[in-house]
Each structure stands twice: as C-alpha cells, then as structure tokens.
Design a protein around this ligand. Structure first.
Ligand code: ADP
Ligand code: ZN
Length: 608
C-alpha cells in the first residue's frame, strides 16, 4: 500500500511541475523576442511584419527573419501614423488586443496556488480512504464486460470448426466448474490461440465467454509493456486479481508475444521490463488453481517466438490453431456479416468467396461493410453485386491488407508448388502418405502439404530421409517444370532440405566420403548464449568435403523429384487445377485425381 502511495505521489508531482512550467511559458510567452521600437519600425518598413496586435501597454506580433517567422513584442510609443504605415507595408493582419476575459489572467496568477491547495486536499482525502485513488495507476486496463455479459456466441464465428471443437471443453468447464471437476475432467489453465492477424482469435475467445455466460476480461500484451518500469508486472497482477474476484470468468490476453518473447539466454542476461512482466505472468499462472474457475486464453500470430516457459504444462499447454479461412469458410464468414445488411437476392456470396483468396475474417467483415456503405452512398434499397465487386478492390487496395492478398498468378504458382510436393510424395517409396494439401496461407507458409506417418517411428532409415528430401524438392521442381522459373517461395523447403542433408553427412554418418562419423557435438548446456556452442571440430578440408556432399545429396534429390514430375505432368496439372479451384484437397480426393477418376474441371489453367 505504502509503495503505491508514493508511486501516485510521484506521478502527481510530475504533473504539477509540468503544469507550472506550462503556465510559466504561457505567461512569459517563452519564445517572444523583445524588439526596440526603432527595430520594429525598420522591420515594418522592410515589409517583414506579418501580424500585429496592439494594446495600450504592448505591441505583439510576428515578423519574418530570414526564412523564419518569429514572435516579438515591443513597448509602444506615441505614433499616430502607425496604422497608415502598416497598411502601406502590407501587414496582413493587425488588431487591437481583445479582452481575454478574466479567466486567463486569473489562472495565471492564482493557478499554481489553487493547484497546491487542491493537491493538499486530495492528499488528505487519499490518506483517509487508504490511498485508494492513488492506486489506480498500474491497474490493469482489462475491460470488464461482465455486467452485460458478452453476447458474442459461436454462431458469430464462421468456420474455425476444429478450434471451436477444442474450445468446447473450456465452455463446459466455465459453465459449471464444480460439476466438471466432479466428473473428473482436467482442464488446462491456459489456451493459446495462434493464427494470422484478423482470423478471429479475439472473436473466438469472446464467443467462449459468451457461450459459457461468464465475464470476459480482455487485455493486450502490448499494454503490459508500454508504460513505466514495474507497471507491466503490476498490471498482470491486477488482471489476475480481477479474474479471481469474478470467477468463473475468462481472461484474454491479445498479442501475448509482446510480453512472451523468448528470453535471451546467456550473455548479459537482460533484465528488462518485458522480462519482469513475463515473470510475473508465469508466477501468476503457477499460483492460481483451475479450481477457482479462471481460464486464460492468449492469442498470437507468432507462436514461434514465444518463450518455451510459457508453453510448459500448467501454463499455456493447450494450443489451438486458428487457420486462414478456406473457400467454404469464407462464404460462411460473408454470410455471418451479411446478416446485418440488406442484400439483393442476386448476390451470390460464393462468387465473392471465390474471388477473395487470402482474405481473413477481418478483411471479409471489412468487405461487407464497404459494400453496404457503397450501396448507401448510391441510395440503393439493397446491396448488389457491383458494390461487392468494388468493395473487394477497395479492401485489396487497403493499406494493411495489400501484402496478404494473393494474386491469381501467385495462386497458380503456389498450387503447382504444393501439387509438386504431393505428387513426389505419392510416387516415391518410403514417404508418409499425404493427408491434406492446401494453398491457404498458414503462418509464414503460402501453402502446405501435410503428410502424416502411419505409425510412430523412432528410427529413420537413410532411404526414408532421401525420400523426404525428394518431397521437399518437389515443390520447386514443379515450379521450374511448369513456369520455367523459380520463386522465393521454396526458401523454407530448401532450408529444411539443406539442414537434413547436413545432418546426414555430419551427424548420422550417412555419407560414404565422410564415413560413419558424427562430427557435431551434442548440444551443450546453454552457457554462453545460444549459438556459441556449435563450434565445429574438424579441419577445413573436411569442411569442404561436407559442403560437397551436402550439395550432391540435395542436387540428387532434386533430379529425382524432377524426373517423377516430368513423367506425371498431366496429373500435376490436374492436381494444381483442382487446388486452384478448391484451395484444399484431402487424401481421398488426391487419390481420385491421381487415378484419373476426377471429372475434368471446367477451367483449365495452362500456365500463363
Ligand atoms: P484476431 O484477434 O485474430 O486478430 P479478430 O478476432 O479481432 O481477429 O477479428 C476481427 C474481426 O474480423 C472480428 O471482429 C469479426 O468481425 C471478423 N472475423 C474474423 N474472423 C471471423 C470469423 N471466423 N467469422 C466471422 N467474423 C470474423
Ligand atoms: Zn514447399
């Protein structure tokens, strides 16, 4: 209590000093230069005077000096011709001093005094009520939306099927924590929602609170780190206090990466504000018991940078992906938002969904809103297709969305790239079956080919690694074959392939030329900092051979992938076409296409 008291006092002192300074500068017109009357007249004759305000005791105004405009004041002398001269010399504005009323002079003379008295009274009051008012700094900004409980429910969230399913359990728990526990259910303390910005993470969290009928407290990681040292930690504490008082309830922390970034290991340590806040968060999470009925949901678009400590069991141990919407999801999201506006029956939302690959929920909400505005501007009864068309263009051109929207040609390249991975996987022995292939961006990847192993494996053979390399190279090979050109899109594949090949040579002893040596030390304890331990212990010559071997392995994988794809160009095109149309294909459909059972798609996409 005492400490917070002092804290409030310091802030008030700062405000007070600042006010004093401000008043001082107003009174003294800080930057005003005092000119002798003769100088004033000289400047007037030279045409430098811009503006003049005359009062009985003072002439104030502005004059030009070189390129600057400066304030001046001068004591007036009896000068009956002054007005005439000002007219001749083009003073653009002159006037008598207006009566400023009593307030300004009064404030200037009495303001500091009044402030002091007010401050003193406030201190007295503060002491009487235990310094409560002074503690407000550092209070979490979490907004209590408890009184009118959030009305958002899952029906407001389109798509996100898997995420909703995973969150169902949380809802059941929040509805009746006691009952849930009696049945022996174990509930996670924290859920991490991850996905691109605007995919509806906040919306989902809110809907969980809405579905369960519990209060929703939302705050943001960036709020925790924005202010003075120590405030972040105290805000975290307050957020949790607030939560405990209103249990059962849901605490939401947006942008958790702002506080939760990986703490720097080794060298210097680093003891900054963010780290303190993060530590406080960890302490709070460990300190509360799920029995209390408080659930924490955090959101981020950078799960990869989070400190592992945050993700450990008992903290944010449940991770739920909020993916970018696919075609069907986009249509549903459009439907959700179209509920609020009058739409002409001629509008087909599916057509709009088709035209907006790469759009996330926020973009689509924005799109519907723009269309409605355009309709209103044209005084239409209902919103029609042209408005939607125009709205799409507007959203695409919108400042923050530009980078996310995928152009048609890019979509085609991504489709061939992913189809390349899929086909190579299908026609190479020893690879895991393709479960799903998609050209919907997910995280930094523009598309993905998801392979799932049939069984858990603990050992990997050389042949299996080579097959994996082939699949990795398949994406880029497809681009080369079809477009006769490569893009930057394969960077991640190449990085992975290179790393894998390197491991084959230096760790797994899978290269004939190096022999069965494992050249890399096992990771030592992080002692000096993360990357300082990987010091090689082999000669330059060996190093050269390693490079050659890695290059050879990757090149060979590429050659094999290219060979497979050249033999299967028809299927490659069929698969890519289908991907362009549907954006996501599951294993069964992949089989049908590869076996030629899929009816031909209407639009054929011969490469541009
Ligand atoms: P995030 O927290 O992931 O950045 P938000 O939850 O703030 O995204 O989403 C912003 C807005 O976009 C929401 O208020 C909502 O109007 C719209 N939106 C996003 N995803 C969906 C969705 N799946 N269904 C309906 N609306 C959505
Ligand atoms: Zn790829």
């Amino acid at each position: 209590m005492k400490e917070k008291n002092r804290y409030g006092f310091v802030i008030w002192l700062v405000v007070f000093v600042f006010l004093m300074y401000f008043l001082q500068s107003v009174r003294g017109r800080g930057t005003e230069q005092e000119l002798p009357y003769s100088m004033f007249k000289q400047n007037l004759k030279a045409g430098n005077i811009v503006k003049v305000t005359i009062s009985p005791e003072m002439i104030r105004g502005q004059y030009k000096k070189d390129t600057q405009v400066l304030n001046f004041k001068t004591v007036p002398l009896a000068d009956p011709k002054l007005i005439e001269e000002m007219e001749i010399n083009n003073v653009s504005q002159f006037s008598g001093d207006m009566d400023k009323g009593w307030l300004m002079p009064f404030l200037m003379n009495w303001g500091p005094m009044l402030l002091l008295i007010g401050f003193w009274l406030w201190m007295l009051k503060g002491m009487q009520s235990g310094g409560r008012q002074m503690m407000q700094f550092g209070k979490s900004k979490a907004k209590l939306q408890a009184t009118k409980k959030t009305k958002t429910t899952f029906s407001d969230v389109a798509g996100c099927g898997e995420a909703k399913e995973e969150l169902q359990e949380i809802i059941e728990f929040l509805k009746d924590p006691a009952k849930f526990q009696k049945l022996g259910g174990k509930i996670p303390k924290g859920v991490l929602l991850y996905g691109a910005p605007g995919t509806g993470k906040t919306l989902l969290a809110k809907a969980v609170a809405g579905e369960a009928g519990v209060p929703f407290f939302s705050s943001s990681g960036s709020e925790f780190v924005e202010m003075f040292v120590g405030v972040g930690a105290s805000r975290v504490r307050d957020l949790f206090d607030q939560g405990r008082r209103s249990a059962p309830c849901l605490l939401f922390i947006d942008e958790i990466d702002a506080v939760g970034r990986h703490r720097f290991a080794g060298i210097g340590g680093g003891h900054d504000e963010r780290e303190q806040t993060l530590n406080q968060l960890l302490v709070e999470m460990d300190g509360f018991d799920t029995k209390e009925g408080v659930i924490l949901i955090a959101a981020t678009n950078r799960p990869d940078v989070l400190d592992p400590a945050l993700l450990r069991p008992g903290r944010f141990d449940r991770h739920v992906a909020v993916p970018n919407p696919d075609l069907k999801d986009r249509e549903e999201i459009l439907q959700v938002h179209a509920r609020g506006i009058k739409i002409s029956p001629a509008v087909d939302l599916m057509v709009i969904a088709r035209r907006t690959p790469g759009f996330v929920g926020a973009d689509l909400a924005n799109l519907v809103n723009e269309a409605a505005l355009l309709g209103a501007r044209k005084s239409k009864q209902t919103v029609e297709m042209p408005e939607f068309e125009e709205a799409i263009d507007r959203v695409i051109a919108g400042p923050q969305r530009k980078s996310r929207v995928i152009a048609d040609r890019e979509k085609k390249i991504i489709a061939y790239h992913e189809a390349g991975h899929t086909l190579v996987a299908r026609f190479t022995a020893g690879t895991d079956p393709v479960h799903k292939v998609s050209i919907i961006p997910r995280g930094p990847a523009l598309g993905y080919t998801l392979q799932l192993p049939l069984e858990d494996k603990f050992l990997t053979t050389r042949q299996e690694i080579l097959s994996r390399l082939d699949v990795l190279m398949g994406g880029r090979s497809a681009e080369e074959i079809i477009f006769n050109e490569v893009t930057t899109g394969a960077q991640n594949d190449l990085a992975k392939a290179t790393e894998m090949a390197q491991k084959m040579v230096t760790e797994f002893g899978m290269s004939e030329r190096i022999g069965p040596l494992s050249l890399r030390r096992p990771e030592e304890e992080v002692f000096l900092g993360r990357d300082f331990t990987r010091e090689p212990r082999y000669s330059d010559k060996t190093s050269e051979i390693i490079d050659e071997e890695v290059k050879r392995i990757v090149e060979e994988a590429r050659a094999r992938a290219t060979k497979v794809l050249r033999e299967q160009t028809v299927k490659l095109t069929a698969l890519a076409d289908r991907l362009i149309e549907k954006e996501i294909i599951d294993s069964e459909e992949i089989e049908r296409i590869i076996n030629g059972q899929q009816e031909a798609v209407a639009v054929s996409t011969t490469p541009a």
